[in-house]
Design a protein around this ligand. Structure first.
Ligand code: ADP
Length: 507
């Protein structure tokens, strides 16, 4: 199958969160399964790409967009990277979405409109790559949301062009790509798609809504999140449209890249370890404590957070639980960046208790690996969590996760109190201070029983979190999208709750 995976970020070139990891691993797994995968990504400033560079294809100025170029690079994992080169739009100081001071670029509609436009063109007979037209265009999050819309428009123009089918994956429904309705003219959104059944969202244009309304299939990154986003509590205003399209909605749990996240081979760890050889983990723990200037105390329970520091991630709950953690002699390590208020509160805690709290503000891939390698417990009290990767990295690294009972956390952690034999972590009873205190108390009790703790670690490390299962599910989705694009009716909506699903099971 010819698959075009379009994304605003992809590790290791550019990454702000889980989407970057997914964009690296899923296309590579699909390519390893024998599919022809092209990955379309803007060429941001400072990106270092190595591979076999092909001839660039000029894209003439079109509508509001300046001239651009598509540069194909065959990378080592078998994927063809298509770098969308347009210096005026993408060569900026700052991140992919925001400037150096954290403000959205004012022309984001144009920047990601172009990305979507080119993705859609690659799925039509007008594909700029001679001899290559995608069978399916797989769009990711709001920056690619207009791609399914442009494909739907191409299908309905009088010529009814043959087009690729389209899939959109929601990695986080909270980011909706909302712009003034005047951008509809600028971006070429047809008049019949500007209403409530199209891109309109409270009088404005939402690029994510465009994708949800127009894609042949919608996926999100865990089965639990797929259910949750159809409810007012987690739908962020989109629950109605998602319920209306629930026959096309499916949750597929992300995997992790086990070539990068494997404690037996990870080059970013000072010592390697495996379930039957945990001495290396103890050395990682003291190396982590030493690096961060904490006492190298093997007995102190080390709690860790590696995260965007935002209200979503429940960092305020961690701050609330801190006095009790400290009173119990534990250490807390935080690596993250984000909300200035949370950053300050964490820094204040570290200044007050330098022998028990370490806070590193910033993004540091190497330290993230060392934290996973050295910590005892990983805290993820997220208010919502579409999938979450760190709870999976933690299990693979023998670091026991404490997680909120939401989204992908529920789908990837088995609660040790509910199932002592197979438990891999602790699921909070609720996403509130009492739920976190209770989970910490349960973890502390078990930590004092080394045999049981080791079993918990071994259970997590034995979990299979590779991408293969998920990639097979995406292939089913691509086939289904094709049939739906060809006119097969969508099945009746599935129920929002699936009582047969065992709690805490990944499969
Ligand atoms: P989200 O996508 O909501 O930010 P995920 O858990 O899905 O959360 O993915 C976060 C990814 O980003 C993980 O790979 C995590 O290790 C990484 N990450 C987050 N913050 C940092 C940081 N400050 N330094 C290094 N890696 C980080």
């Amino acid at each position: 199958m010819k698959i075009l995976f379009v994304t605003p970020e992809c590790a290791p070139y550019v990454k702000t969160g889980g989407l970057g990891d997914v964009s690296a691993a899923l296309p590579a797994t699909l390519a390893a399964l024998g599919h022809d995968v092209h990955l379309l990504l803007p060429a941001y400033r400072g990106m270092k790409v190595s591979g076999e560079i092909g001839d660039g294809v000029d894209l003439p100025p079109w509508g509001p967009w300046p001239a651009a170029q598509l540069v194909p690079v065959k990378i080592a994992n078998g994927v063809t990277l298509l770098l969308l080169t347009c210096p005026a739009l993408y060569q900026r100081a700052g991140g992919p979405y925001v400037d150096a001071s954290g403000r959205d670029y004012p022309d984001n509609a144009l920047r990601f409109g172009l990305l979507s436009r080119v993705a859609a063109d690659l799925g039509t007979v007008r594909s700029p790559l001679k001899g290559w037209m995608a069978d399916v265009v797989h769009a990711n999050d709001w920056p690619c949301g207009l791609a399914p819309l442009y494909l739907a428009q191409a299908r309905t123009i009088p010529t009814r062009e043959p087009t690729a089918s389209s899939v959109i994956t929601i990695h986080n429904l909270a980011f909706q790509g909302v712009f003034g309705m005047e951008t509809a003219d600028l971006l070429g959104v047809s008049h019949d798609r500007r209403g409530m059944d199209g891109v309109e969202f409270w009088g404005q244009l939402s690029m994510l809504k465009a994708g949800i309304q127009c894609a042949d299939v919608i996926t999100t990154v865990s089965p639990s999140y797929a259910r949750e986003i159809q409810t007012p509590a987690h739908g962020v205003g989109f629950d109605g449209i998602l319920r209306a399209r629930s026959a096309r909605l499916r949750g597929i749990l992300n995997g992790i890249d086990t070539t990068l996240w494997n404690p037996a081979t990870d080059p970013l760890l000072p010592r390697h370890f495996a379930p039957d050889k945990l001495d290396g983990k103890a050395l990682c723990k003291t190396a982590l404590q030493a690096r961060l200037g904490l006492p190298q105390d093997r007995k102190a329970m080390v709690y860790a957070v590696v995260s965007r520091l935002t209200p979503q991630k429940g960092i305020d709950l961690v701050l609330g639980a801190l006095p009790r953690l400290l009173a119990a002699g534990a250490q807390l390590i935080v690596l993250g960046q984000g909300d200035p208020g949370l950053q300050q509160a964490l820094k204040d805690a570290a200044i007050k208790q330098p022998r028990q709290v370490s806070v590193t503000l910033g993004f540091d891939e190497g330290l993230a690996h060392l934290v996973e390698g050295g910590a005892d417990v990983f805290l993820m009290p997220s208010r919502f969590e579409p999938c979450g990767l760190n709870q999976m990295y933690s299990q693979a690294y023998g670091t026991v996760p404490i997680v909120a009972p939401v989204g992908g956390l529920l789908d990837s952690v088995t609660d040790a109190s509910a199932d002592p034999q197979h438990g891999t972590g602790f699921i909070m009873t609720g996403c509130d201070p009492a739920g976190l205190d209770d989970a910490i108390a349960r973890a502390t009790r078990l930590f004092r029983e080394p045999v049981k703790w080791k079993r918990l670690q071994a259970n997590g490390m034995a979990r299979h979190f590779g991408w293969e299962d998920s990639a097979m599910q995406y292939l089913e989705v691509y086939e289904r999208a094709r049939r739906l694009a060809d006119g097969e009716p969508a099945l009746p909506p599935v129920l929002a709750a699936d009582p047969a699903r065992p709690q805490g099971s990944r499969r």
